[in-house]
Design a protein around this ligand. Structure first.
Ligand code: GLC
Length: 742
């Protein structure tokens, strides 16, 4: 789709003419109607909905995916309202529609914008067939707190990875042709800074200094808008005292004045009236005024706009210009989507809900999303030939619904292929497969199936334990203060280890977990962020070496939850810790002097490093990084620099490595992170194959918001690292100098 902000001037002029012409014919009631989105839900269409659509008092609906209902509502709007303005039909199509892809946190672990875009395209095709023309995705909140349930929906902790993959989702959802049967409008959410909720408790307040907001949280939204994003959704959260839904700095200063965004700003569910609950306003009327005057265009599932905006304008309190601007944004998207020309879906209820292509993309996405965190003594891959007896233990080995993860309103668990099913299919009838759930749920505190599980383990050549979190333990309003494996799962793993057989843990979850208490009880760990419909075959392919793991962590795994927030792109502080500068709690002498433990930034009982860092992931191959070279030792602020490295597969199988480039700006007008991801690339190599990987780093890639919160490139010394994680050691340096005066 051509973006409403950057499409060709001809289409923009034509659209603007149509917007202006229509706006001039609209009554105030019809304008406020466009600013109102109403929940349809399941069941028969309520009479008020029919009446209000006929009267032009509704511009958008959400939460109906019955093609017949959608087409009837669109027909009412087109044929029985005065101006025939089609409806925006919204739905949360977050990581798939019927065919479910890995949760976004898992898709982020692929570090592959192409597969992420393909997954979004498939989701758009399936949703558009039901009449949906607007998805409330991508969720591009930078998430650095694994306690937060919505980290599951995020693309992780890094602004660049989130920006690149979020933009890929926008392109996948919106496609190349406006409003075709194969695409839906995208919605970047939640604008902005939602991931900084205090203590990771969902909906909690955020306090984000403007410099941090601009350097971290806003970057993915700007990238998504540059990719043609049609809309943004405000976050529920209080942003430095002014909830996002009524925050004019976000909605007007940044979104419109700085970025020139001309799409829709929609509230979150009833978040306009929640301004009263926040304590920003004392009535729905005030809430409607605050939100509309701050620059909110549409109210999702609330009635503050519907009940109060007309009167606020007629009383001269709210400017009619404000209303016209909001309605113009909404009409602009409707015209750009082609809704006036093709509003109805032609799909039939009996149409297939998935396709071979969709399932293949779901399988490839799941395969690339799984991260190998441990592989002691190369216990993996298992041999399909010599594995004659295998014990599949745990509550997530055969959980068709839970492997889909959160936010799958329309996902079909009947399409799921579970690990038990996939392993049975891969090994065939000759192998003995003993599946024991052992626990009723991942939260169970009693191992009701312990005896059977231990018996199966003793009989088997290898034990694969499927542990983690059920889908309900992450997602909206599902934050956890303790992020260990829930319930008796750690005890189950310990008891399985005691059976003396190799134990592989497959951890399915919606967040990074604290695995410190179990990491020594298993020989290998595969982390599968709820891998979706085809999670089973993907896990089986990796377990048995059909493919090598290639996933890399998009978010840090802490040793203890008390370390949170812990992320790689941290600031250096004035007293950075080093391994030699710290004394851990068990090593402190009884009469230790106050200054004896090293006066640096670490926890006595946890140190200062994570269990597994951002960007980390193992492979069945071994990759060697050598000959890091920079094309110059200096670069001007108007130039670029090539940074290259030799990557060799020194292993014995074909495998893919995600090569990552990190940079540190040693001195800035504000302090800069100790490392920042600047580029990455998936590279597939055969055994013994060597490839020279080159990144072109432009000075503009080093830009950041400076002490005056202006985007700037500052001369100075930089370090670079290239490797397979944020802990990369291969290091180089260059100096950035001011460009020569013209
Ligand atoms: C929810 C979520 C938002 C979602 C919306 C519609 O509360 O915060 O992400 O798109 O409501 O379901």
């Amino acid at each position: 789709m051509n973006s409403v902000t950057v499409s060709s001037s001809a289409s923009t002029a034509a659209v603007e003419d149509r917007v202006r012409e229509l706006l001039d014919r609209m009554t105030l009631t019809e304008k406020v109607g466009q600013m109102s989105q109403v929940n349809v839900g399941d069941g028969p269409v309520q009479d008020f909905l029919v009446d209000d659509i006929r009267a032009g008092r509704i511009g958008s609906v959400l939460n109906t995916v019955d093609a017949n209902v959608v087409n009837e509502l669109q027909r009412l709007a087109l044929e029985e309202s005065r101006l025939g303005i089609p409806l925006l039909v919204g739905r949360d199509v977050i990581h798939g529609f019927r065919t479910v892809m890995p949760i976004p946190l898992g898709q982020a672990a692929t570090w592959n914008p192409d597969i992420v875009q393909d997954a979004a395209r498939v989701a758009a095709q399936e949703a558009a067939a039901c009449g949906v023309n607007w998805t409330f995705a991508p969720m591009i909140d930078v998430a650095r707190d694994p306690r937060w349930g919505r980290i599951a929906e995020s693309l992780g902790e890094d602004p660049l990875l989130t920006a690149v993959l979020g933009a890929a989702m926008v392109r996948g959802f919106q496609g190349d042709t406006p409003g075709g049967q194969q695409s839906v409008a995208a919605c970047g959410k939640h604008f902005a800074g939602y991931g900084a909720a205090e203590s990771g408790r969902d909906y909690a307040a955020t306090n984000i200094p403007e410099n941090e907001l601009r350097n971290v949280h806003l970057r993915p939204f700007k990238a998504a808008i540059d990719a043609g994003l049609c809309s943004v959704m405000t976050s529920f959260s209080d942003v430095d005292g002014v909830p996002a839904t009524a925050n004019s700095f976000l909605l007007r200063t940044v979104l419109r004045e700085e970025w020139g965004f001309r799409g829709i700003a929609v509230s979150d569910w009833d978040s306009v009236k929640q301004l009263n609950v926040h304590g920003l306003t004392a009535s729905d009327r005030d809430a409607a005024f605050e939100a509309a005057s701050a620059g909110l265009d549409m109210e999702m599932h609330g009635d503050a706009f519907r009940h109060h905006l007309e009167d606020l304008v007629e009383q001269g309190i709210l400017s009619p210009t404000q209303i016209d601007s909001a309605v113009a944004n909404i009409l602009r998207i409707k015209f750009s989507l082609g809704l006036f020309d093709r509003p109805l879906t032609t799909a039939k209820p009996e149409d297939p809900t998935t396709s071979e292509e969709a399932l293949a993309i779901a399988r490839e996405s799941a395969l690339q999303s799984i991260v190998m965190l441990k592989n002691e003594h190369r216990v993996l891959p298992l041999s399909p030939e010599s594995t004659r007896s295998i014990a599949l233990i745990g509550p997530l080995a055969n959980a068709a619904r839970d492997q889909l993860g959160t936010w799958i309103f329309d996902g079909d668990p009947a399409l799921s292929v579970t690990p038990v099913q996939a392993i049975q299919s891969l090994l065939g009838p000759a192998a003995t497969i003993h599946h024991v759930p052992a626990l009723e749920t991942t939260r169970s505190r009693q191992i009701t199936g312990l005896d059977e599980a231990l018996f199966a383990a003793r009989q088997a050549d290898v034990v694969v334990a499927f542990v983690g979190e059920e889908a309900i333990l992450s997602g909206e309003a599902h934050s956890r203060a303790d992020i260990h494996l829930p319930g008796a799962q750690p005890d189950l793993l310990r008891q399985l280890k005691a059976c003396g057989k190799p134990v592989v843990a497959v951890v399915m979850a919606g967040r990074p977990l604290v695995l410190t208490d179990v990491v020594d009880d298993v020989d290998a760990i595969l982390f599968a962020a709820h891998p979706g419909t085809m999670g089973g075959p993907a896990i089986a392919d990796l377990l048995f070496g059909i493919e090598s793991p290639s996933g890399k962590l998009p978010a840090t795994f802490p040793r203890m939850v008390g370390q949170v927030p812990i992320y790689y792109a941290q600031k250096n502080t004035g007293r950075p810790p080093t391994p030699s500068s710290i004394v851990l709690i068990d090593d402190i002498d009884a009469d230790a002097d106050q200054l004896s433990t090293g006066m640096t930034a670490y926890h006595l009982d946890a140190g200062f490093t994570p269990l597994f860092p951002f960007g980390f992931g193992l492979s069945y191959a071994d990759f060697e990084y050598t000959n890091l070279r920079l094309s110059a030792a200096e670069m001007r602020t108007d130039e670029s620099l090539d940074i290259s490295v030799d990557l060799t597969n020194t292993g014995d199988c074909v495998a893919t490595e995600v090569v990552q480039l990190y940079v540190r700006d040693l001195v800035g007008s504000v302090t800069r992170p100790v490392r920042e991801l600047k580029a990455f690339r998936r590279v597939r190599l055969a055994p013994g194959e060597r490839n020279r990987v080159t990144f072109c780093l432009h000075a503009d890639d080093l830009a950041f918001f400076d002490r005056n919160n202006r985007l700037a490139v500052e001369a100075g010394e930089f370090h670079v690292w290239v490797g397979g994680s944020s802990a990369a050691e291969l290091k180089g340096a260059f100096v950035l100098r001011e460009s020569e005066p013209a």
